[in-house]
Design a binder for this molecule. Sequence first.
Ligand code: CUA
Length: 353
Amino acid sequence: MPRTGKGQPSSGCYRTSLSPARLMARTLASRACGLLLPTALTACTGIQSALDPRGPASARIADLSWILFAGATLVFLLVLGILCYVLWSKAGDRGRFNHHYFIAGGGVVLPVVVLSVLLVFVFRVGAELTADPGEDALRVEVTGYQWWWEFRYIGEEPQQDLVTANELHIPVGRPVELQLKSADVIHSFWVPNLAGKRDLIPGMTNTLNIQADSPGLFRGMCNEFCGAQHTLMSLYVISEPDAVFQRWLDAQREPAQAPIGAWMEAGEAAFLKSGCPVCHTVRGTEARGRTGPDLTHFGSRRTIAAGTLSNSRANRIAWIASPQHIKPENHMPEFRLDSESLRAMADYLGSLE
Ligand code: CUA
């Protein structure tokens, strides 16, 4: 046994006056704090967090949430204080809480006053969030499908409209008015870092204003149960400086680049003759289907099938070979392709940047 001088801690062993039980409790508490606190704090930030607001709408919502949280905490502490007083005060002192002024004040007047003030505040924030974003706003029509998102950037003329899917690019600092529609069932659009959520309802158009204060990548998802693959209906919002956004917009308006080389030509041929054009559009080719995502610049997207898989070659091959295995009940049927056509098609689609 190593011996140490008086008051000198040996390696890993300290003299203490705490009992073993209290020492263990203290150690457990400090370890729990060490583990849970960083976890809790990191959960507040990230690309899909309402507690990490990155635009004016989400900032207002976060403010409102913290005010409600603070109010609820105060009321909780008040009730807890009264409970402690009643438990530990002398029997004679508890009588003061029996007075009907206290019952009416604490049970009726206080809640009515607090809830009325909060209601006015909530209405004010609600009105701010739904205010007209102005003439300068970028307007994008968002259509929810089972289970993906279509984005139509509305141009000054109808032929200037740009249709893309599952990734929404927006310019930093400029308000964006989203016109929300649904092609089938009720969906709900929610990008927590940028704004609150709003439903996409068949037969009507809802609007939602979003804006990003800085460049970034944000993840959103459908927030209304809409069928078997509701949880695989994600989207990404990319906010970028205006010049970068304009370059992206111009590039996306271009038709798809023609295949270069025999392998890519084989990929395009496989795509065009396999039934894909019935549902998908690739501008610049004969593919003009409208029921599936526009694939003109599919290669520039980060993910496949609304955030289900990253857009890698292996995942493109897996998805084309067996979409029903990866995302059961989605509307893309399985085609029988030989291995070479499958790989060439995956490469061709990946080249559409
Ligand atoms: Cu769309 Cu849930």
